[in-house]
Write a protein that binds this ligand. Structure first.
Ligand code: MN
Length: 184
């Protein structure tokens, strides 16, 4: 297994494409870690109910610390006693691009600005999640790190429960199989 530490500040070199990843994480409380590459790191939120393709759903997303870029393909079990102990699946991944307030394709600067202002929009090109999404920071959240993830109204929007599509996009394994087999 390649050693991966959350504390490392390894950054990805500047690139024209940006990636996102959603890691299903069976920690103390099951959640989905939603991560967007910005300036070489993975800006991250923990989503207890997971993402939805239905624009009527507003999914609570707790902003957590940035993760290093190389965390994007971690799949396996974080051992007991370590931070985030539990099984991790790469539930979805792909490219994404930021969208500015005029609906135009943006860049990492668009994301930086949006993160500061508490509102970002982006288009995901994943294997499960696709199309326009927005994330909005709650102004009066109890903890100050509460955002909402909301699917945009577009051709990709759907009321089908995307979370039922429940195998790893990396290894096609279930959570049970990952827990049993460990890191690949
Ligand atoms: Mn997590």
């Amino acid at each position: 297994m390649k050693e991966k530490t959350k504390s490392s500040k390894v950054q990805r070199a500047k690139s024209s494409t940006l990636i996102f990843v959603v890691q299903k994480h069976a920690a103390t409380h099951l959640h989905y870690d939603f991560r967007l590459e910005v300036n070489g790191v993975l800006v991250s939120w923990a989503i207890p109910k997971g993402p939805s393709m239905n624009p009527a759903d507003k999914r609570l997303a707790m902003k957590v610390e940035d993760h290093p870029y190389d965390w994007r393909d971690f799949e396996g079990t974080i051992p007991e006693g370590s931070y985030g102990a539990g099984t991790v699946m790469v539930w979805d991944s792909g490219d994404y691009y930021p969208v500015d307030e005029h609906g135009r394709r943006g860049d990492e600067y668009t994301m930086e600005e949006g993160l500061q202002q508490g509102k970002i929009s982006f288009v995901l090109e994943g294997k499960k999640l696709s199309g326009l999404f927005a994330m909005v920071k709650l102004k009066h959240g109890a903890k100050g790190n509460e955002w909402l993830l909301i699917k945009g109204n577009d051709a990709a929007a759907s009321t089908t429960d995307i979370l039922k599509d429940d195998l790893s996009v990396l290894t096609h394994r279930s959570m049970k199989q990952i827990a049993k087999n460990g890191v690949e």
